[in-house]
Design a protein around this ligand. Structure first.
Ligand code: HEM
Length: 399
């Protein structure tokens, strides 16, 4: 029987190529307790989807807060902010979730998202204008990040001169709350995080005085009626993370896959589905955490009330009962978009349309401007350690 103790999402091999192992888990141990995560893991598509769809039994309350791994000294330093994210929309259940989600969704209307496409195309064009003459570089650091970070900054209302500051601090707070760190490093990250919170506070205060046409102004206008000050600060901080990290990670994973499959450049009419198939096969998010609110019986295993659970969308996206021949990349796979890399149910990613728009547009522009893109031969690839996401540390390419 397969040894579920090998399930260690933080291990390098696990981030890079866990799929044979996950397939065996789906067959032999569809639900098991992982020592590494101190959590029960659901690996089958149907179970993952059912759990997402049942927030009464699988609660999001506190599920994002990886501050479980923070040292006592770091907690002391963070003070009241040690529970940061406790009012974030992805970290709460109805009825609070319903209220927050309604407010946030006001900013992500189809019209507002579509209006960002042209700007995103221009940001990519501008960047490539500078980068193309170099003949090669690191796609992750030099191409994938800047346009998404800049678009998100624009959307939120961060002035251009503060973008670099925000980028560095967002990286730090992601590491502090969402990836395990040694105690010394935690303290340095906590310091950086507090500086960042002050910055976001200042942004909210300035929009309260002088509103503009941006997310911060819209959310700030709801303080006192629909939202609290803290909820707005958490929303802004976290959406800056969503835009800074997840989309570039997914783009890096996607370009690597397309180059390895010999499918570069992607014909524009196939870009939409290619994005879905890339998200299915090399998802930038590995799953979502939930707490069981009651004892849950599943495939002969009892998940005790109060247990943390990982809904492994990474495994679900390779489930052969839903996706034929799941380890094959099929650019025209008809049900590629059935993946749950954006989650599912009431917490389904509110930025999904914006994420998809960016990925498709980036593939189109990169394909037009760098049709000869190829991997630098012999360069070993590695992934950033994280228990929630998959992203390359670097992707050396030439064109
Ligand atoms: C490829 C890019 C992205 C991926 C893979 C991704 C993934 C996810 C996932 C899996 C969830 C569900 C969390 C859960 O159920 O616990 C989620 C929720 C969320 N995402 Fe994204 N996301 C992406 C891009 C974005 C962008 C661009 C934004 C905003 C600009 C964003 C904002 C959010 C927010 C606010 C939520 C919480 C929604 C709720 O709880 O109701 N995401 N995302």
């Amino acid at each position: 029987m397969i040894d579920a103790a090998d399930f260690d999402v933080g291990a390098a091999w696990h981030v890079a190529a866990p799929y044979d192992f996950l397939r065996r888990l789906r067959h032999e141990r569809p639900v098991f307790r992982s020592e590494h995560l101190d959590a029960y893991v659901l690996t089958r598509y149907a179970d993952v989807r059912a759990a997402y769809g049942d927030p009464r039994r699988f609660s999001s309350e506190g599920s994002l807060t990886i501050s479980r791994s923070l040292s006592a000294e770091t907690r002391l330093k963070l003070g009241e902010h040690g529970s940061f994210l406790s009012s974030f929309v992805a970290n709460v259940d109805p009825p609070v979730h319903t209220r927050l989600r309604r407010s946030v969704s006001r900013a992500f209307t189809p019209r507002a998202v579509a209006a960002l496409e042209q700007r995103f195309r221009e940001l990519n064009e501008e960047l490539l204008g500078r980068v193309v003459p170099r003949g090669g570089g690191d796609l992750v650091a030099e191409i994938a990040h800047a346009p998404s970070a800049r678009l998100t900054a624009r959307f939120i209302g961060v002035p251009q001169e503060d973008e670099e500051f925000v980028k560095n601090h967002v990286k730090d707070w992601f590491q502090l709350f969402l990836s395990p760190q040694p105690p010394d490093r935690q303290l340095a990250l906590a310091e950086s995080f507090l500086v960042y919170l002050d910055y976001v506070d200042g942004l909210v205060a300035s929009r309260a005085k002088e509103p503009r046409d941006d997310f911060t102004s819209l959310m700030t206008s709801l303080i006192g009626t629909e939202l609290s000050h803290r909820e707005v600060v958490e929303l802004i901080s976290t959406i800056l993370l969503g835009g800074n990290d997840t989309v570039p990670n997914q783009l890096g994973n996607s370009v690597l896959r397309l180059l390895r499959e010999g499918l570069w450049p992607v014909p524009p009419e196939k870009a939409r589905n290619a994005v879905e198939e890339c998200m299915r096969i090399d998802g930038a998010s590995l799953g979502s955490f939930r707490y069981a609110t009651t004892d849950v019986e599943l495939h002969g295993t009892t998940i005790p009330a109060g247990s943390l659970c990982l809904l492994s969308t990474d495994s679900a996206a390779h489930d052969e009962t839903v996706f034929d021949d799941p380890e094959r990349f099929l650019i025209e796979r008809p049900n590629a978009d059935a993946h749950m890399t954006f989650g599912y149910g009431i917490h389904f990613c509110v930025g999904a349309a914006l994420g998809r728009l960016q990925l498709r547009t980036a593939l189109e522009v990169l394909g037009e401007r760098l049709p000869g893109l190829r991997l630098v031969p012999g360069e070993p690839l590695s992934y950033r350690p994280s228990i929630v996401g998959r992203g390359l540390t670097a992707l050396p390419v030439e064109w």
